[in-house]
Design a binder for this molecule. Structure first.
Ligand code: PGA
Length: 253
């Protein structure tokens, strides 16, 4: 059965030194809690990835992730980092297609499909992001857009490969805005995504897929969102930068 996954996406925050501090503080708080089978992931900037992976190495259900990768293994791609390098740094997951990458770096579903392939080829797991901007929701076209993101980015995969994918639904209008989707809005679209997976693969594959919610998740709203039947954890931005808040969310999973 699928697991709840709480991932802290630090974005372009924290130096290597600050990353060590934040992970150590979070681990100290976590040590006092019983978080059951919940998986916890830290997603620091590349420059701190190896050290964060080292800090969580061997810890049950705690992993490091990169926030992006290139689809080639190596080569003349100045400024880029490959999935092979991320694996060598000790990470287990890679966020692919975050809305900030789609928006500010013009990443397309076609490119993201190649990144997903590169991640899987290294034996890592992609956390594939989808979600609609405000104008798309207001035009009631969010189901269509999310379906397109999922189909074009993921549905070329075999069932076996797809079973390693984590999906994060993140409505763009809720990211960093303090405006969170209601529990019902989140449940509605998560159930829709699960239906798409059933149609493409089968019900068992859909039931086993972790679908996280992301967008202004905080300790105060985490419980309501994650108690929805199809919401399996969260991709957390701002609140993951404060150890007590991140742990507060993890406890709600
Ligand atoms: P937020 O970011 O929690 O700060 O809204 C979530 C995300 O972008 O993954």
């Amino acid at each position: 059965m699928r697991k709840n996954i709480i991932a802290g996406n630090w974005k372009m925050n924290k130096t290597p030194q600050e990353s060590t501090q934040l992970v150590e503080e979070t681990l100290q708080l976590l040590a006092k809690e019983n978080i059951g089978e919940t998986i916890v992931i830290f997603c620091p900037p590349f420059i701190a990835l190896e050290r964060v992976a080292g800090l969580v190495k061997g810890k049950k259900n705690i992993f490091a992730a990169a926030q992006n990768c290139h689809w080639e293994k190596s080569g003349a791609y100045t400024g880029e980092v490959s999935a092979a390098m991320i694996k060598a740094a000790g990470a287990a997951y890679v966020i692919i297609g975050h809305s900030e990458r789609r928006l500010y770096f013009n990443e397309t579903n076609e490119q993201l499909a190649k990144k997903v392939n590169a991640v899987l080829a290294e034996g890592l797991q992609p956390i594939y992001c989808c979600g609609e901007p405000l104008e798309v929701r207001e035009a009631n076209k969010h189901f269509e857009l999310v379906a397109q993101q999922i189909k074009e980015g993921l549905f070329h995969l075999s069932k076996d490969d797809f079973s390693k994918v984590v999906i994060a639904y993140e409505p763009v209008w809720a990211i960093g805005t303090g405006k969170v989707a209601s529990d019902e809005q989140a449940q509605e679209i998560h159930a829709y995504i699960r239906k798409l997976i059933t149609e493409k693969y089968d019900a068992a594959t859909a039931a086993n897929t972790t679908i996280q919610y992301g967008g202004s998740m905080k300790p105060s709203n985490a419980k309501g969102l994650m108690s929805q039947p199809d919401v399996d954890g969260g991709l957390i931005g701002g609140a993951a930068l404060v150890a007590a808040d991140f742990v507060g969310i993890i406890k709600s999973a």
